[in-house]
Design a protein around this ligand. Structure first.
Ligand SMILES: [Zn+2]
Length: 150
């Protein structure tokens, strides 16, 4: 499978039965935009144009679609932006997000399951240097726990 880095747009009155890779079909009359998934899997992505769905920007030379296109229901689960006919992949961003969510989940679980006999504050060695990042994360944890009342 070959990823598409750049698309070209085609204004159409009806969406053709067979779509071409790397072509974004803009059917203004139907208020819809159709293209084949830019990851190369060949699945058809329909992005309806409406105030609650997608909006299309055409600057006379290229198109942009907003918001990003997230094909969560496809096996490829690809996520990208089409901006000025260029495809930006969101994978780095989503990997970071998934990682952050996983870590946060672990923190919550640790706090939840350990709440009876220990608290996050008690786990932290006194005087340990903490980064700003840690401070932000800690401040979102619920305060309290038996060992806080001394
Ligand atoms: Zn795909």
């Amino acid at each position: 499978m070959k990823r598409v880095a750049k698309v070209r747009h085609l204004f159409v009155t009806h969406v053709p039965e067979t779509l071409e890779d790397g072509v974004v079909y803009v059917a203004m009359d139907l208020g819809t935009v159709v293209h084949r998934c830019c990851c190369g899997c060949g699945l058809e992505v329909v992005t309806p144009l409406s105030p609650t769905d997608w909006s299309l920007t055409y600057d006379g030379e290229s198109i942009s679609l907003n918001p990003s296109i997230g094909n969560w229901s496809f096996p490829c689960r690809s996520h990208y932006w089409i901006e000025n006919n260029e495809v930006s992949w969101a994978e780095d961003w989503s990997v970071w997000r998934i990682e952050a969510a996983r870590r946060w989940d672990q923190r919550v679980k640790r706090w939840h399951y350990g709440a009876g006999h220990e608290s996050p504050a008690a786990n932290r060695p006194k005087g340990e240097a903490r980064s700003d990042d840690d401070d932000q994360a800690e401040s979102r944890l619920p305060e309290g726990g038996p060992s806080d009342h001394e």
